[in-house]
Design a protein around this ligand. Structure first.
Ligand SMILES: [Zn+2]
Ligand SMILES: [Zn+2]
Length: 360
């Protein structure tokens, strides 16, 4: 269930967002939900991921949980256009699609190294750099067999690991400032992210229990995407968890809807977007009722393909209309032919000799 902006409040925006039909205004930010669900992947809601497009041409993806990249490609945005990818923490429902971010974007037209940012941990093995390096190592057969066929530069990854424990600017280019601050989520390492550009502020909690870090850093955000899990009752009834498990997941690892709303109320954003719960027709009303005990301002209960356009003047929320049959954007493959390859891997002669139609 999603409440779409009414006709009157929508102004000139079309009722639905159709990819590649709307030029972003020079002072406008567009936020698209690529994944809004829980670690249990389901077709209606992929794992956590948010796309932020800016009027200056920059595009960022915050988190890339399982399934989310199928939603990314449905928006028909060339992978080459993504400025950088950011991870909030190393749970699979936030970084599980790294393989697709890396390899899919390469096959899909990326002609520059992948730029990925993520937090350190209290020890090396819990840090983002370790995660990426091990992912790359484990895909050795994959990349070594591709570099002779695809532009070799696409295999390259620039890892930018930043200190999880500080409140600090971790990215500053082209008028865009991204600040990381600690999230309070099970163990040391997770962060929340704040993107500031052109007088607009977008804050994304990642996973966090209610924290004063959020209250201090999300003051007056234009759009605040804050996590909340389903209510303990819903977790018990619908998922069959016992009460201890439901409370552990829903209130100790995550924010329950009332807690999330009370933190958001202290931040007072122009729009509160609640995500990280199963948003169904029969669960949304109770979620909203819990939130409304603490937050009376503008609210969106997120689901995949929710699109938010934000300017100083207005914030509009709609759903995207997408195709299930998207191909990589052919216009962005122009450089592919000329880009350098590495030498192709050579299979053993006994395999080669069995080719019915040898291509050399
Ligand atoms: Zn998590
Ligand atoms: Zn999560």
């Amino acid at each position: 269930m999603i409440r779409t902006t009414t006709d009157a409040a929508r102004g000139d925006y079309a009722e639905h967002y159709h990819p590649n039909t709307e030029e972003l205004g020079a002072a406008e930010m567009r936020i698209t939900a690529l994944g809004t669900g829980r670690p249990f992947l389901r077709r209606s809601q992929a794992n956590a991921s948010w796309l932020i497009e800016l009027g200056n041409g920059d595009k960022f993806v915050f988190d890339f949980g399982f399934g989310s990249q199928m939603n990314f490609t449905a928006l028909e945005i060339p992978y080459n256009d993504i400025t950088a990818w950011f991870a909030t923490h190393l749970h699979t429902d936030h970084v599980g699609d790294f393989g697709q971010v890396w390899i899919g974007s390469w096959a899909g037209g990326r002609l520059k190294p992948l730029e990925v940012y993520g937090p350190s941990g209290p020890v090396t093995k819990y840090g983002f750099r370790h995660f990426i390096e091990k992912q790359r190592e484990s895909y050795a057969w994959d990349t070594d067999t591709r570099v002779g066929l695809l532009p070799a530069i696409g295999a390259e990854v620039n890892v930018h690991e930043f200190d999880y424990s500080k409140v600090h600017v971790v990215y500053e280019h082209n008028g865009v400032k991204i600040t990381s601050f600690p999230a309070v989520h099970i163990y040391d390492g997770p962060v929340s992210l704040k993107l500031e550009w052109n007088g607009l502020t977008f804050v994304y909690s990642g996973d966090t229990t209610p924290s004063t870090f959020m209250v201090e850093n999300a003051q007056g955000a234009d759009v605040l995407v804050h996590e909340t899990f389903n209510t303990v009752g819903q977790l018990m009834e619908r998922s069959g968890y016992d009460e201890r498990t439901a409370r552990g997941i829903g209130t100790m690892a995550h924010s329950d809807p009332g807690e999330a709303a009370s933190v958001v109320a202290q931040c007072d954003p122009r729009l509160f977007v609640a995500f990280h719960f199963f948003n169904d027709f029969d669960t949304a009303p109770e979620m909203e009722a819990e939130i409304r005990k603490h937050w009376s301002g503008p609210l969106a209960l997120a689901t995949d393909f929710m699109v938010i356009n934000a300017t100083k003047e207005r914030i509009v929320q709609r759903m995207a209309v997408i195709s299930n049959h998207v191909w990589p954007n052919k216009a962005r493959h122009k450089g592919f032919g000329a880009a350098a390859r590495k030498e192709r891997m050579q299979m053993s002669a006994w395999l080669r000799e069995r080719e019915v139609y040898p291509k050399g």
